[in-house]
Design a protein around this ligand. Sequence first.
Ligand code: FEO
Length: 397
Amino acid sequence: MGVTKIKDDIYWVGAVDWDIRDFHGYSTYKGTTYNAYLAMDEKITLFDTVKSNFKDDLLYHISEVVEPEKIDYLVVNHVEMDHTGCLPEIIERIKPEKIFCSPMGEKALKSHFHHEDWPLVVVKSGDSVSLGKKTLSFLETRMLHWPDSMFSYIAEDKLLISSDAFGQHIASTERFVDEIELGEVLRHAAKYYANILHLFSQNIQKLLATVAELKLDIDMIAPDHGLIWRGNPADILTAYDRWSRRETRDKVLVVYDSMWKSTAKMALAIGGAISRRGVDVKMYNLAVNHRSDIMTEVLDSRALIFGSPTLNNGILPRMADFLCYLKGLRPKGKLGAAFGSFGWSGEAVKHMNSALEEMGIELIDPGLRVKNVPTVDDFDQCKALGGKIAQAVLDGS
Ligand code: FEO
């Protein structure tokens, strides 16, 4: 793709992965990038590396700027394999004088790669090191999204290298957000937040407060995935503030799966009734939508409504998958309800209610069950449930 100069003597030297479509359960239908940055100074410093099969791209890009062997320092902001997969080969090749990592990063590097002889230098929040003209300082960002995660900041360049935070899974020839449509980047950033960082929202609030307290002068945020925020990173900082405060709006998400369309018909009747009350409704059939896209819609929804018929005394597998995924991402402050058709035993609603209660989702209604195929009376009950959901949402505005 070619090296990109992002600041004086600082270059993007990462790799673009056009083909990846699944990132441990997250649908990356636009591919992604593994960003690495190279600072040319008295101490030449490489920030992060790339996934193992992109090692040659990284080396090729570095070579366009400097011989890789001339790199003095390596900074490991995050140990997850998409940023360290090629680390053993890179370290073998460049033989860095120092490898900077957080205290938890040291542990993670040792337990991933089992190299006791790497020249690790553990840094903590507030520590800084001179690269020559540039001063590099570190900020630990535990659980954003791993215990080892940290940011690197170069004061002279007002540059924050932010690891996974503020990233998006977008493969592109462009390197900066302002080179493509902002709305498109924010949509992918929201998906990234919803699927990777949502459960750490409280930590993000603290991080944003810390960044404000430190009065870091930032005019560029360079994440490890996707496009770089330059000029005015307020767009993404404001969005992170909003998402991490778990701000919702008058919106209901109806997520359902169906066997013979009865539960689907109930979903449409419930959704229609909610919509008629002026509340925004998004309908997601699990048979045709990916869990990670639905998760993005969870972000600003006030109510989450789930529908599944009963199968073998339980719920449909796709619903079980989604509820498990959602639980891990810890939704908070949501309202919820469940519905579904059944043939004889009809436990699905009970199971979904239990799952919702376990997640701390407040039930609006005990749930609605319909035997086999809905009748006119059943549809009236669906509409009544939709009206009740809409009212609960409006009451919470
Ligand atoms: Fe992009 Fe947590 O790795």
